[in-house]
Every structure is written in structure tokens, then in C-alpha cells.
Ligand binder design. Structure first.
Ligand code: 1GP
Length: 245
């Protein structure tokens, strides 16, 4: 099944969790083992991304190893155009809507677009919006981070993304953020758009995930909690909290 159809279908009955792995942080075999445990805990997809220095070979090897271990979609979450693995199921074809640098709005995308179109890799058009503190993603992406009380700008960018035809909106506080995206930003955006809303960054405990879903998140992404602890009790409880809605 196409990844976007899989996402829409699951969203009819439940909220989703996606596990973010950085191919640079473990061997492909370890990534496969973590993915297997994550899916056993209820995670709905594996996202691959993170570091800026990823090689094609490493991303390819990691995708192949994970593919051999799990049945859920593997989605590339690229920071640069050079690490696109054609063995994945889909790629977030994303634009960092609040970047000051056109490179992150359309510059990197134009370099990879023709190849992706030909490849058969499913592109999932996504509007990526970084909220304070933004962490490394905010700095590298030269984002004009949304202030934590600026619901209006978050809505403006999200609705703009929807009207430009994007299939998903992703509110990002930044990997390892001390606090996740505030609830009023999530609820303001959710009330204003008719496409699924992804929320990530700083979600380390079940109550964070619960607060985000309560506010309107459809899909929760966690990376750091796995990177630091593997598939721990905290991870299991995060997924459980999401699935209780
Ligand atoms: C980063 O939103 C993701 O792009 C995940 O963030 O690493 O804080 O879970 P964490």
C-alpha cells in the first residue's frame, strides 16, 4: 500500500506514532533491531533522518536492513538532497516554510526532484514549521522560529502550506528540545487545517505525547528518547498513550 494511503487509513481509527532514527547513530543491524522492537511496541512507521553528513551508502544499508525486519513504511526525512535512498518507501518532500534561506524552501528540493519523480519513491509533500527553541534544525535550516506564544504565525504558515497543496503539516520544536511544541500552538493549527498534523521535538514522556494528541496532533514523532534509551519503558508508554486516544 502507498505510504500516504496507509497513513490516511490508520488515521481513520487512531493516532499514529513514528520512530525517528539517525542512520549515523547505529549500525544498520542495530537500526533493524530497534525498528523491530519499536513496531512491536506499536509504532506505525520508521523515519530516517537527522545528521547532515549522511552518506548514500549508509542510508541505503540502513533502509535495506530495516526493510528486512519490519513491515511498516520507511520514510526518509531528509535534511539534504544528497542522501536520498531509493530503497525507502516514501520521502517527506518537505519545505521549511519559515526558513529565511530559499535553499530550504525550494533549493534543496529542486536538486532532488527529477530523480525522485523518476525513481518510484513516493513523495509526501509536507510543510515543515519550526517552533522555538528549534535546536539544531532551527539553526541549520535558518528558521525564523515561531515564538512559543505566536499562535497566529503558526496558523499562517500551516494554512499557507495546506493551500499550496501540502499533504501534511509538521510542527517541530527541534530534536532534543527541552519542551515540546506548546499545546495552544498545536490546537490553533489543528483547528485551522484539514490535513493531518505531525508534532515532534522534545517528546520524551507519555504525558508529553498525551498533551500533544489532546491538543490535536495526529502523528507524534520521537527520536531522542530512542537514541538515548533504546526501546525503553518510556518509549512503550509514549506509544501506549498515543494509542489510547
Ligand atoms: C526531530 O521531531 C523530531 O525532528 C524528534 O524530536 O528527537 O526530540 O524526539 P526528538
Amino acid at each position: 500500500m502507498e505510504t500516504m494511503r496507509y497513513i490516511y487509513k490508520k488515521l481513520e481509527t487512531q493516532k499514529l506514532h513514528m520512530t525517528l532514527l539517525d542512520p549515523d547513530e547505529q549500525s544498520p543491524e542495530q537500526a533493524a533491531s530497534i525498528s523491530r522492537q519499536a513496531v512491536e511496541a506499536g509504532s506505525d512507521a520508521i523515519m530516517l533522518g537527522g545528521s547532515t553528513g549522511l552518506t548514500q551508502e549508509l542510508v541505503d544499508a540502513t533502509v535495506k536492513a530495516i526493510k528486512g525486519a519490519v513491515d511498516v513504511p520507511i520514510i526518509l526525512f531528509p535534511t539534504i538532497a544528497s542522501a536520498v535512498s531509493l530503497h525507502a518507501d516514501a520521502i517527506y518532500f518537505m519545505s521549511l516554510l519559515n526558513s529565511k534561506n530559499p535553499r530550504f524552501l525550494l533549493g534543496e528540493q529542486m536538486k532532488a526532484a527529477a530523480l525522485i519523480k523518476k525513481s518510484g519513491l513516493e513523495p509526501i509533500s509536507m510543510g515543515y514549521i519550526i517552533v522555538e527553541p528549534g535546536m539544531e534544525a532551527g539553526m541549520v535550516g535558518e528558521a525564523e522560529c515561531i515564538a512559543r506564544d505566536d499562535v497566529k504565525s503558526a496558523i499562517g504558515y500551516s494554512v499557507a502550506g495546506e493551500l499550496l497543496g501540502m499533504k501534511l503539516i509538521y510542527l517541530e520544536a527541534g530534536s532534543g528540545a527541552p519542551e515540546p511544541v506548546p499545546q495552544n500552538i498545536i490546537s490553533g493549527v489543528k483547528e485551522s487545517i484539514d490535513i493531518p498534523l505531525i508534532v515532534g521535538g522534545g517528546i520524551r514522556r507519555a504525558e508529553h505525547a498525551e498533551a500533544a494528541v489532546q491538543a490535536g496532533a495526529d502523528i507524534i514523532v520521537t527520536g531522542t528518547v530512542v537514541e538515548e534509551e533504546g526501546i525503553s519503558q518510556a518509549f512503550i508508554e509514549i506509544v501506549k498513550a498515543i494509542k489510547s486516544f
